[in-house]
Design a protein around this ligand. Structure first.
Ligand SMILES: *Cc1c(COP(=O)(O)O)cnc(C)c1O
Length: 823
């Protein structure tokens, strides 16, 4: 059997290769230019786009939510989450880099000591070098540093303080850009230098350049080349800004990249000038006035983002994760990293040994590592070939022969003039002379006076095997070096994986009723008075154990917990893309009727004629479940701790709703999601409900509304119409609309604050018995309230009136509202 990889076993490797059968005889060794997309990725994307209606995310909440979910997925891939990093979508690495420089506040002070500097490595990609043009306009010191001096500086830590330095406002801000991996030869820079840089390890170099050193340091990591075949763990290394392009990882889609910003560094990106569609809270077209959005990525994503490409990203991750076995460190990217490293090492070893029959070495390798350490070397080999007489073979000549053999490689300087010059020993003077002689970047003039102007680059992706190395070596031996090489040993390595780390599923939960603006919150004055009204009674208590599913009506009393009624909105159904399913997309959800049985400590689910299913309520059993971190909300990006309830109930729910691959997720008891409020003060813990702990509905108001509805086809009785509003507390009074004026309310012995009116959307148009949609009552609500779609009031729990421990709330309790003076 011919070995294919040192890392991925034979069968797996064959499966992977099947995805690229379109290559036929072509040997693709240009992964650093663009990865190749696997065939099934396109099938998945196609199916998704053919079956779903995605709209402009500025107009469609669902599309927007799917995109939020994908932001989380990206962060998850880098082992971090939205509380530490923020994803800004861009068109690619180049735009991400530009965005940082344009927005970066260097904070240049008059005195030279506090001046901020822009420092870049000479070995950077052209897209980084070009940043100095933006830096020039900002009037900062622009400094380049050689790879050698950079590596030396970041290594010297002995005299530095170990504490992390807090940025200080009165200092200048300096920015260093360096690549995580050199795209020229695959050398990996030390990622752990971020801390040293922040501690000022580059200051001595600044001093040598006579620049101010009293500055806060920020690190911009060009990760474009590195992340294509490596695991970037942002929980371990924490640069301030990370730039990448997705086609370099997945091959598809193009035109999409990201700028990932450390949340601690957000404030330094304060100089963004341009604003485009979707990035402002207000703009006046005929006056110089605009206010940019508060949220970082909303402020930075000018115009409509590539939403369909972003939707495709979800499938990129899915496909990659299903295709690549987690052989090394139980991680897909680590596996790819080792696989490609060994291919490159094999090629490197063979090229080193390659000799003409007169003993002359045939290859000149442009390396910064000896290919023994995967931490220092990626899957790229750069070299040139020499003839028997010692003269160079031009890369263009090589390129022609490679084309003939159907081998795709890259020749030239690969947009990295710095590394090219360093390895080819080209001085600035000779570069200029070559340019004068007619040589331009990317042309065919491969030798000037016998000296190469560029090199040959071979780069490997996860889909490459030893076959590809052999094809290349074969071609070299046939065309340029008349010899036969022994292959280096190629045995499958044995990797021992440490314990299965738990796979965290990131799930995005969308707010059901959040199709409108957030509810307005009323400021409560201190001068509240007591309005006694004996005629108001609590007549119904409902809980909705599963978000968007049917109500469970309480017969006598129910316990109040820290997040609202016990078991209210503690579960939710999520789709295979991780987005929470709601009645808006699936009205049939209301036909799933949950029932809490406290005696048997279980949640029962009923639906039409299906046999019911039982799930235990005891959260201690959750070890059987998968832990999931649920990520939600565009505005607040809460992370919700929850866990998956297992396959059996997942299948049941999928069957009940006729949608494949649904999962039931339960909020963890120690999750501490809070209510959205402008001020920190008085924030309440929340279940998976949208806005507040409780929703109160006045049946008199419902009755009043019923009288206003003209549509003869609308035949709801009072009860059905009340059910559409999905309230937790239904009260009966003689007067309609009084609840809108309330500031506080006491029900039985429990006190609640009124948090505002509940914004409404099409969900009230779903008949909660059948799942049928109607136009009413939304039309009449809109008509009656002058376009304000509000109905019912939100409540949050304050405590018992007498200060005793909160207990149960009883049906038929007295309801006593408190209004502001004078009402
Ligand atoms: C590819 C690459 C870039 C540029 O990426 P674009 O997708 O062309 O914007 C920048 N830096 C490095 C190291 C690269 O490999």
């Amino acid at each position: 059997m011919i070995p294919l990889s040192k890392v991925i076993n034979h069968e797996h490797m064959l499966d992977i290769c099947k995805e690229f059968s379109r290559l036929r005889e072509k040997c693709y060794l240009e992964n650093a230019g663009a990865a190749l997309y696997p065939a099934s990725l396109l099938a998945r994307v196609n199916e998704d786009l053919m079956n779903n209606v995605y709209m402009n995310p500025h107009s469609d909440k669902y599309t927007k939510d799917c995109i939020e979910q994908i932001r989380c997925l990206i962060l998850k891939h880098f082992n971090t989450n939205p509380s530490n990093y923020t994803v800004i979508f861009t068109s690619g690495t180049t735009q991400s880099l530009k965005l940082v420089l344009e927005s970066f506040k260097f904070n240049c002070q008059e005195d030279e000591f506090n001046h901020g500097s822009f420092m870049y490595l000479s070995d950077n990609h052209t897209s980084v070098i070009g940043l100095r043009e933006i830096a020039k306009e900002k009037n900062v010191d622009i400094i380049h540093i050689s790879q050698e001096e950079f590596l030396q500086s970041v290594k010297n830590v002995s005299h530095l303080k170990a504490r992390s330095v807090q940025p200080e406002n009165n200092k200048g801000n300096s920015l260093i850009v360096y690549p995580a991996q050199n795209n020229f030869n695959g050398y990996k820079f030390p990622l752990n230098s971020t801390e040293n840089i922040k501690n000022g390890c580059l200051n001595s170099y600044l001093k040598k350049q006579l620049c101010g050193t009293n500055c806060n340091w920020y690190v911009l990591l060009d990760a474009a080349s590195y992340v294509s075949t490596n695991m970037l763990d942002l929980s371990v290394h924490q640069p301030d800004f990370v730039c990448l392009s997705f086609y370099k990882i997945f091959g598809y889609p193009t035109g999409l990249g990201a700028l990932i910003v450390n949340n601690k560094a957000i404030s330094v990106l304060s100089e963004k000038k341009y604003f485009g569609g979707g990035t402002v809270d207000i703009v006046l077209s005929n006056e110089d006035f605009h206010v940019k959005r508060e949220n970082l990525y909303e402020r930075f994503e000018d115009g409509t983002i590539s939403f369909l490409s972003i939707i495709a990203l979800k499938h990129c991750y899915d496909t990659l994760y299903s295709l690549i076995p987690k052989v090394v460190h139980n991680d897909v990217m680590e596996t790819i990293s080792h696989h490609t490293f060994y291919l490159a090492q094999d090629l490197y070893t063979q090229l080193c040994k390659l000799k003409h029959d007169n003993g002359m070495k045939a290859a000149v390798l442009y390396v910064d590592s000896d290919f023994t350490d995967v931490q220092k070397q990626g899957g790229i080999v750069a070299f040139n070939l020499k003839r028997k007489d010692g003269t160079f073979i031009g890369y263009a000549e090589f390129q022609h022969m490679a084309d003939l053999f159907n081998i795709s490689i890259r020749t030239g300087c690969f947009c990295n003039a710095g590394t090219c010059q360093r390895h080819l020993n080209l001085s600035n003077k000779s570069m200029k002379a070559m340019y004068k002689a007619g040589h331009k970047c990317g042309d065919d003039l491969d030798l000037v006076n016998g000296k190469p102007t560029g090199a040959i680059r071979v780069s490997f992706g996860y889909y490459n095997t030893y076959h590809d190395v052999d094809k290349l070596i074969n071609m070299i031996c046939k065309c340029f070096v008349n010899t036969i090489l022994d292959k280096p040993p190629r045995m499958l390595n044995i990797y021992k994986n440490i314990q299965q780390t738990q796979r965290n599923v990131t799930i995005y939960d969308r707010k059901i009723e959040d199709c409108l603006d957030e509810g307005t919150y009323i400021n409560i004055n201190n001068n509240t008075t007591y309005t006694y009204n004996p005629k108001i009674v609590l007549t119904e208590i409902s809980i909705f154990p599963i978000k968007s599913c049917g109500a469970f009506k309480i017969k006598s009393a129910w316990k109040i917990g820290s997040k609202g009624f016990e078991y209210d909105r503690e579960w939710m159904v999520v789709k295979d893309n991780g987005v929470c399913l709601t009645q808006k997309q699936c009205p049939q959800m209301c036909t799933i009727r949950p029932e809490i049985n406290l005696e048997s400590k279980s949640l029962l689910l009923h639906c039409h004629d299906m046999p019911s299913i039982t799930i235990p309520l005891d959260q201690k059993l959750k070890n059987d479940y998968q832990e999931s971190s649920l990520c939600r909300s565009k505005v607040c990006t809460d992370i919700i701790k929850g866990f998956d309830c297992g396959d059996e109930v997942a299948d049941w729910v999928s069957n009940a709703l006729g949608i494949s691959f649904l999962r039931l997720i339960r909020q963890s008891s120690d999750d501490n999601r809070t209510q959205k409020k402008k001020s920190e003060e008085g924030k309440k813990l929340l279940s998976l409900s949208n806005q507040a702990q409780f929703l109160l509905i006045n049946r008199a108001t419902v009755n009043w509304l019923k009288g206003k509805i003209q549509d003869p086809l609308f035949d709801d009785d009072l009860e059905s119409l009340t059910d559409r509003f999905r309230g937790n507390l239904i009260i009966d009074t003689t007067k309609e609309l009084i609840e809108k004026e309330w500031k506080k309310v006491i029900i039985g012995e429990h006190e609640f604050n009124v948090e505002g009116q509940c914004p409404r959307c099409q969900m009230v148009c779903i008949d909660q018995k059948t799942g049928q949609k109607t136009v009413e009552p939304l039309r009449t609500i809109s008509e009656q309230f002058g376009g304000k779609l509000q109905f019912g009031v939100y409540l949050s729990y304050v405590g018992t009136v007498n200060g005793s421990r909160p207990s149960s709330l009883n049906i038929f309790s007295q309801v006593t509202p408190l209004c502001v003076d004078g009402s």
